[in-house]
Design a protein around this ligand. Sequence first.
Ligand code: NAD
Length: 290
Amino acid sequence: MKIGFIGLGNMGAPMAANLAKAGHTVTGFDMAPIQVDGVTMASSATGAAREADIVITMLPNGAILHSVAEEIIPAMQQGAAFIDCSTVDVDSARQVAAQAAQAGLMPVDAPVSGGVGGAAAGTLTFMAGGSVEAFEKAAPLFEIMGQKAVHCGEAGAGQAAKICNNMILGVTMIATCEAFALADKLGLDRQKMFDVVSTSSGYSWSMNAYCPAPGVGPQSPSDNGYQPGFAADLMLKDLRLSQQAAESADADTPLGQHATELYARFVEQEDGSGRDFSAMLPRFEKRGRG
Ligand code: NAD
């Protein structure tokens, strides 16, 4: 297949490389001068999109997605699929999908989880929104770039699933970190805390698979000085998207809102920027109630 790939950053570059390695003809475009193994670079987004059967975008945010979509939609071939894998707000995903559908294209919003490691290894999870036909057209590419793709529903459903998942993740990570900090102050050994909680009703992915306490549980960024992993900055981005969506849908999300405020303070006023999102534990450790 002829694939256009726009946005070849930390995630997009290895995803595009995997598609090329699997034998597809990939034409890429990025604002930055980037070279990717097996990918021919075009001099504009339109140049990458014009001849493609499928165009994939992997961009920083909804505003940039809008501007790229504006440019490429009129240039794309009728019936081509437009798969946006960026994490953007649900409203932008729906607007771009409507614009693409009106132009005779097959839009899919398909944000991912799995991070840079998953992008390189081809083990991402895709959460997709769009028509069944569009999802089926995109599915063989999801299989190359990932290990699992869930068709979540109509346009925007992929972004909705992604931000709901990450809102749970942000909240449970904070809950896990504050519980460890409380356990410390109560004189409870961290390993004992893990042994109990990881097999009791307080268990979660944050505790069991990504334990924020160094030296406890499976290997995680806490064992590596809280180098990301999943940066606190990206968690803040996703939490803000969850609150933007909650605002737009009139949903009451008090814990999501509080988690957003805590990560905003951590990233913008404390030392959280560039650290893994589980570095909330050393933050809580240092604090008292005041
Ligand atoms: P990145 O900043 O490394 O890459 C974005 C790329 O888009 C850059 O190379 C940039 O030059 C390019 N770009 C910006 N504006 C452009 C334009 N108008 N035309 C063409 N290219 C343009 O970001 P990333 O880490 O690759 O993340 C991409 C998306 O994936 C984001 O939406 C992010 O939230 C999401 N995501 C990231 C991770 C992660 O761990 N990094 C995990 C899951 C989802």
